[in-house]
Design a binder for this molecule. Sequence first.
Ligand code: IPD
Ligand code: CA
Ligand code: CA
Length: 254
Amino acid sequence: MINDIKEIAGIAGEIIREGFGKNFQIEYKTNEKNLVTEIDKKSEKAIMDFISKKYPNHNILTEESGEHKKDSEYLWVIDPLDGTTNFAHGLPIFAVSIGVMKKDEIVAGVVYDVMQNIFYSAEKGSGAFANDKKIKVSDNDKIGLGVLVTGFPYNVADNPDKAFERFESLTKQARAVRRLGSAAIDFCYVARGVFDGFWEVSLQPWDLCAGKLIVEEAGGIVTDFYGNEIDIFTQQILASNKKIHQQMIDGLKV
Ligand code: IPD
Ligand code: CA
Ligand code: CA
């Protein structure tokens, strides 16, 4: 299955790469911060068509068209373009994110970094890879020596779940905090040890499904802000190399 997921992520990525920098339609979703482009929709359609042909009885959950329920223990969780704001403004940091669950467990995930042409992938129990090369989280055990990454939801102006206080706290403690604009890529950079940790207050299932497995298979951990296990519907996400996890939990107490 992992090869199929990579194949379809690659096809979707090609559509996105083709559209990058061109004229495309943009619509607002909940507000002027929250965009969807015609390329998000085209990418999603290509992914859906592929799954419908190859795995016709599998359930699907996507960002742009919601739930497609069939009778299966498999669920595909799809973000056809993670980093839409970057894409729409010409910043080449965005990805296709596809996770597959069997019952309640994430069993496979692919994040395709479109402009760098890197396929991050993981299957449960088999490690995590970047273009077929094994990756692992960083070794650092001091938050003060770490570089962290975060993101903000589209309703950030309302300061949901103390987003700004948490940002201030961890920014003071870490060596640096970055904000890339693609949660799927944030997870992958934790998985390959570029960043030591990632947190965000309001993620959605399609932002995190594939990334969570990739971090875990690279030796990291993904919990809520208190260290509790999460499922794909949990909105508070804390991913790290394990070694600084408790320090990040303490930093998020505001
Ligand atoms: C967004 C990105 C961003 C994160 C937002 C997400 P989208 O996804 O992952 O990094 O901060 O919370 O909604 O809308 O570009 O698919
Ligand atoms: Ca997303
Ligand atoms: Ca998206």
